[in-house]
Design a protein around this ligand. Structure first.
Ligand code: SR1
Ligand code: MG
Length: 419
């Protein structure tokens, strides 16, 4: 395909002929397209995802569709999201080498990225529902979140580079707009695309009558849209992580934007908390052990995040913020300044965490942790614990001591019959 070929969605049938001249692809799978097998495996809400297998190996071909796959062509969505995903992947690979799949090829006009086929990785959410452990998960995620947060900010970047990047990613308008509506706003009123599990109405009525809660959620939205502290993945849930029993990678950063330092880790913790609350429906005798493991992952991820952030503060603080000229060069310890930055970061993170716990049960695009529970009364009672804990986190985010306190709160709600 030449660079000016008009966009056309690939199919299993057309892919070999259309991509046979892409050398970055043939180098991986082999040159004869007649020998390729093509499978479409996209199970996300937005895109086409193909596995192409040839004599030389396998690759992933990901192509954006001009609409939201989950909803259909009644909801158009710009193809340019592939451009931002590609640029996000390049930056994530530089800021945390090895954390994302290798990128072989990008075709802007076809909104198409060809990347490493991860094997035997599977989507982390599926592992959490199946009760599987992933060694090194907290270390990987804590470091990834800290490195991308720190190295994408003016704590590290030069001011001209940061401003250029903010300007570049500011063009990603409609995709973050989904988050602005679905995550921050729709859960708190009867929005058109909302749905929820039968039986939850009393809990939802309580949340939606809570004006202070809505103010906190909208203040978090205000920070999300106007605070360009760092480049965020923007959709860091357990469906955006692929793992084996001992290796993990982050995928799918098409919701990238410059946003608050605490956004990604907050959303991530919410998805582990939802995995935790859903476990009574998925486990048997191993329930307690597995729930303990999930809470351990949350606590360790946050602990490692903070240790890595402090390490980068001490060793890579090369940007305009909190310069050594103001602190170390004056004989002043800068760690109280780092404490202050982290205090604001965690406040933002815990509010986002609570909001994400709400949106996955109340607006469009629920998560399989709860959706796979066939018994509606069981699902509703587990979601109710999650919703009420989310509200408490939003209200108390300023005073949450640390991730261990969040885990203790989760244990409390897990033992309550709130419905
Ligand atoms: C209409 S898109 C809904 C959700 O799918 C994506 O994966 C994001 O999580 C988004 O919020
Ligand atoms: Mg995604």
């Amino acid at each position: 395909m030449s660079a000016d070929t008009a966009y056309e969605a690939l199919t299993v049938e057309t892919l070999p002929e259309r991509l046979k001249d892409v050398t970055a692809l043939t180098a991986q799978v082999g040159e004869d397209p007649a020998l390729w097998q093509v499978e479409e495996v996209g199970d996300g809400n937005l895109n086409l995802v193909f596995i192409v297998t040839g004599p030389g190996g396998k690759v992933i071909v990901k192509q954006a569709l001009p609409y939201v796959r989950l909803v259909g062509d009644s909801w158009p969505l710009p193809l340019y999201r592939a451009f931002y995903e590609y640029h996000a992947l390049i930056r994530q690979a530089a800021r945390d080498p090895g954390a994302v799949p290798a990128i072989y090829h990008f075709d802007e006009s076809q909104a198409l990225i060809i990347m490493e086929f991860l094997a035997p990785h599977v989507i982390l959410r599926r592992k959490l529902i199946a009760g599987e452990h992933v060694a090194g998960l907290a270390e990987f995620l804590g470091r990834y979140c800290a490195r991308t947060a720190f190295r994408g900010s003016e704590l590290s970047m030069s001011s001209p580079d940061k401003k250029a990047d903010v300007a570049l990613f500011a063009g990603n308008v409609e995709i973050p707009a989904i988050t602005e509506a679905l995550v921050f706003t729709d859960p708190y009123f009867d929005a058109e695309m909302n749905s929820h599990t039968e039986g939850l109405d009393p809990v939802i009525a309580t949340l939606r009558a809570d004006v202070a809660l809505k103010i906190k959620a909208q203040q978090a939205l205000q920070r999300f849209v106007s605070n360009t502290e760092t480049m965020v993945h923007g959709d860091l849930h357990s469906g955006s992580i692929m793992s084996t029993g001992s290796d993990s990678r982050v995928i799918d950063p098409e919701f990238v934007q410059y946003g608050p330092l605490g956004f990604d880790i907050g959303m991530l913790c919410a998805n582990f908390l939802m995995a935790y609350f859903s476990q009574p429906a998925h486990r048997g005798a191993d329930l307690d052990e597995y729930q303990d493991w999930i809470l351990g992952v949350i606590a360790d991820t946050c602990r490692i995040f903070e240790a890595e952030f402090r390490h980068l503060w001490a060793t890579e603080r090369t940007g305009i913020l909190f310069p050594a000229a103001l602190f170390e060069d004056q004989g002043h310890d800068s760690s109280p300044a780092c404490d202050a930055v982290l205090t604001g970061l965690w406040r933002d993170a815990w509010v986002v965490c609570g909001i994400e716990m709400h949106r996955r049960c109340l607006s469009l695009a629920h998560n399989a942790d709860f959706e796979d529970i066939a018994d509606m009364s069981v699902r509703a009672s587990l979601e109710a614990r999650n919703l009420l804990m989310g509200a408490e986190l939003i209200h108390t985010a300023d005073t949450v001591a640390n991730a261990q306190a969040v885990c203790a709160l989760a244990r409390d709600y897990n033992g309550k019959d709130v419905l």
